[in-house]
Ligand binder design. Structure first.
Ligand SMILES: NC(=O)c1ccc[n+]([C@@H]2O[C@H](COP(=O)([O-])OP(=O)(O)OC[C@H]3O[C@@H](n4cnc5c(N)ncnc54)[C@H](OP(=O)(O)O)[C@@H]3O)[C@@H](O)[C@H]2O)c1
Length: 277
């Protein structure tokens, strides 16, 4: 099967070097026929090879995958990403985006707060999604765009049935919820992830105006997932595998309707349950 035409759109996962982002890119390569733009801060060729050696990929995965260099702390890399996409996929709207950069500097008490580490958390976890949104928003369909076609009689049972509107999802975290904060700690991580609830909501309001029901934005919580991020807790705690979390979130996103009261602009977890800010 060859790659789909421009009107089907493209998928984007940033970053996809490891952990959840890598799993999202694997899923989108395996379960859609869309071009997939993935990013990494370094070793793009290696990341590409690793992604392409995943199990169960269709033959066209190689021609569908591009890995671009993006570090959210360097905005020039974001402009270059946008330029490359415009060149490579002219007139192709962004159909599904997952923005997942995240770092954790653990602070258990106020005394452990270090200004540089706290700034770094905000730079990656809060300003990162802001800048990605800035450079990716122009690729989303507008009110006058045609709806994405639905997959015709797909013969791949596991194929993800993407809706006719675009989905822009930003990775937040349950611990970014103020109402859900019962245990304290992790000051700068919590505060920077709380920003993502607000960014997703504000961006969604923008999309309502610009795109109507052709595009929506949400924040996500992936569950507690076995990645480098949670390495400290790997023993003695139940965890999701990255592919399972990515699968649950993608299936949830694919079914989320774009109506004004349907859940857009809010934060959803891997079970499809809302997390209040
Ligand atoms: N795992 C969990 O249980 C869990 C729970 C709640 C929320 N989350 C969130 O889910 C997201 C993914 O987490 P994960 O578990 O997959 O963690 P991970 O394995 O530690 O991956 C973190 C990712 O962020 C990237 N990154 C770090 N600094 C960056 C920068 N300056 N620019 C661009 N990318 C940067 C890393 O890239 P490099 O490979 O280049 O370092 C890596 O791809 C994070 O936002 C995290 O906060 C995870």
């Amino acid at each position: 099967m060859s790659m789909l035409s421009a009107k089907h759109g493209f998928a984007l996962v940033t970053p996809a070097s490891r952990g959840l982002g890598f799993a999202f890119a694997q899923q989108l390569l395996a379960r859609t026929q869309l071009p997939v733009v993935a990013t990494a801060r370094k070793n793009c060729d290696e990341v590409r090879d690793q992604l392409l050696s995943s199990n169960g990929l269709p033959q066209n995965a190689e021609e569908r995958l591009r890995v671009l260099k993006v570090d959210v702390t360097d905005e020039t890399t974001l402009s270059s990403m946008a330029d490359s996409i415009r060149q490579e996929y002219p007139e192709t709207p962004l159909r599904i985006a997952l923005t997942v950069p995240g770092v954790l500097h653990v602070e258990k008490s106020p005394a452990q707060i270090d200004a540089e580490s706290a700034l770094h958390s905000f730079q990656v976890n809060a300003v990162g999604p802001l800048l990605l949104m800035k450079h990716l928003a122009p690729f989303l369909p507008t009110k006058s765009s045609s709806a994405f076609p639905v997959a015709e009689d797909s013969n791949v049972e596991s194929e993800l049935q993407l809706p006719t509107h675009a989905i822009y999802a930003m990775m937040s975290a349950r611990v970014g919820s103020t109402s859900d904060n019962h245990s304290g700690g992790w000051y700068s991580y919590r505060a920077s992830k709380a920003s993502v609830y607000q960014i997703a909501k504000t961006f969604d309001l923008y999309l309502r105006g610009r795109c109507g029901n052709k595009a929506l934005a949400v924040a996500l919580h992936p569950g507690t997932v076995r990645t480098e991020f949670t390495k400290e807790f790997w023993t003695g705690r139940e965890m999701l595998e990255p592919l399972d979390s990515a699968d649950r979130l993608l299936r949830f996103l694919a079914k989320l309707p774009p109506g004004p009261e349907d859940g857009r602009g809010r934060c959803w977890d891997w079970k499809g349950e809302e997390i209040l800010p």
